[in-house]
Design a protein around this ligand. Sequence first.
Ligand code: ADP
Ligand code: MG
Length: 680
Amino acid sequence: MRLEDHVRFVRGIGPKKAELLQKLGIETLADAIGCYPRGYEDRTRIIPIAQLVDGEKQCIHAIVGAQPATAHIRKGMDVTRCKVFDSSGSIALRFFNNRYAAAGLEVGQEYAFYGKVQAEGRSFVMLAPEFEPVSRESRTGRILPIYPLTAGLSQKDLYRVTDAALQAAGDVKDFLPEDIRNRQKLPPLGKALPYIHRPQTMEQAQQARHRMVFEELFLLSCGMGFLRSGREGKQGARLRDLSLGAFYRALPFELTGAQRRAIEACTMDIAAGKPLRRLVQGDVGSGKTMVAAALCCLAANNGRQAAIMAPTELLAQQHMQTLGPLLQKLGISCGLLTGSLGAKKKREITQQMEDGTLSVAIGTHALLSEQVRFHDLAVAVVDEQHRFGVNQRASLTEKGENVHLLVMSATPIPRTLALLIYGDLDVSIIDELPPGRQKIKTYAVSEKTRPRIDRFIDNQCADGGQVYVVCPLVEDSENIDCVRNSAEHTAERLAKVLPHRTVGLVHGRTKAAEKEQIMSDFAEGRIDILVSTTVIEVGVNVPNATLMVVEDADCFGLSQLHQLRGRVGRGNRQSFCIFYGADRGAEARERLSTLVHTNDGFVIAQKDLEMRGAGDFFGTRQHGLPPMKMANLAGDTRLLEQARQEADALLEQDPELEGQPLLKAKVQKLFSQYGEGAFN
Ligand code: ADP
Ligand code: MG
């Protein structure tokens, strides 16, 4: 068979099993080759019976001493016993409701048995072992790959298809350049494939895994390198007038040094005639929006258009509220386009975008819709970029010619990862908060502190401040272990305990219009306490809010809690943050104490990684990269660095990978599976 062939032609598979295999993503033999074992059972070590230990799966070679005997224990339970021996001793095997398995055993014949050994009184038994006659072909006595399965499939089925696939692969050509392979001490593909599917030693399996991880990171690095070099030699939209004096004068405050540096870096890229591709990374509240404002201003000053895309309606509205008046002051027209807009209003806005009467469009994904056309888009801004994939940010730039792209993110990411994830972007970091901000005082508290916290909430309101209370879920009935205090429950409770305060409630199910009303009531001080789920997670700005209370804080990731904390401390007053959950065990306490002790988003992100592993923080959703099969972006950082260096060096010599057609095809396939437009 050949690698392109469908697995249903493998002997013993057929259409039914092929359908099940499809659930695992396996259609062709090539897919099967890429379905790596999730682990191995080491059956190479054959243990003399006298040396077996309690509680582990072990392999013995033993001779059957007597005919297996089955006893009926109780209704529905038969137990078959059989005694076997080797030169060191003997042991009883025990099978449950499986007399047929044991019936295959022949007295006097030697078999390899593999199963869990358990102490019983002073002797051992082996429970429900797998067995085979001892021969050169036996799998027992080898390292057995364990494949991911789905109902209706067995390991045997996967052995069948991977056997066929390995045979078809034969002596495959390696797409990794030989010199890189030698430098990195990686086995060639023709060896790595049998090593990973049918290792003879655990060391081979290890070597193969190493190669597969490297390969994955290397392909990714090459892809990102392609994206980056794709813009070399390309022109960026020409903007002649790069003066921002009027913009600076129109601002109600002085920009921080870091904000200015970020803006200058952008204008320098544009002045150089290059397409701007820049990530502005800065903690919540660091004032990233002003960098976006400056770029919108540049576009408009040159008679061109700009677009700002935010991940939620709420954020888009807020950008509209803050940027609208500022831009209007400068004589720049600005409009909002979101999915919930009425059809008539939508048509009006898109019309203005298309005929060019509108200079700046602020919106959600709605901006990406096919009906949306710009007259002359020169600048695209993507806010809170970790919510979008690489291809989504690319598709906004396709709405114009040579569009400059600015992406903004508050998710701090350790450097090695940033290099990969944002490998196609230049980076500016805003590491300075606007002046007058005070450090937010943070406390991790337990349930018994609740009466005091309620009084504290009341006091903040009495002092003219406002309070956020964030809960993980909407209603109590939602059956998740860690949740004690839903948003609805909490809002009711607070309204009862503090009857003289106004309490608002917003969650994912609140209708858009109502949500907007409540948010603006809160922003304008008509609501004292806003209870919500994480709908307010990103970007919302109410400078008068001085207290953030998070219920069941142990349900959230550290970085998310840090983002929530960033909702307060945006004005000049001392702000506070209170996390419930200190009484939820040692791990919760340790996590929360990280937040109590540091305000540095990078430190928190690192800690989050250490404690949760790659977890959701780098779930593919968040970074918008193709999914990884083997590599762990958080754990394999050293290999990641090496893969990136090798990829960069190779692309430096051969930017189009003309000398490496196999490699080039692999990279293109990886990125095209995952989204069109990534190579534009
Ligand atoms: P983020 O980086 O989280 O997007 P924003 O751009 O929303 O932060 O800014 C947070 C708040 O700080 C806003 O109210 C904004 O008006 C204010 N701000 C931004 N820059 C400055 C500055 N240089 N001086 C004072 N306030 C500023
Ligand atoms: Mg923001």
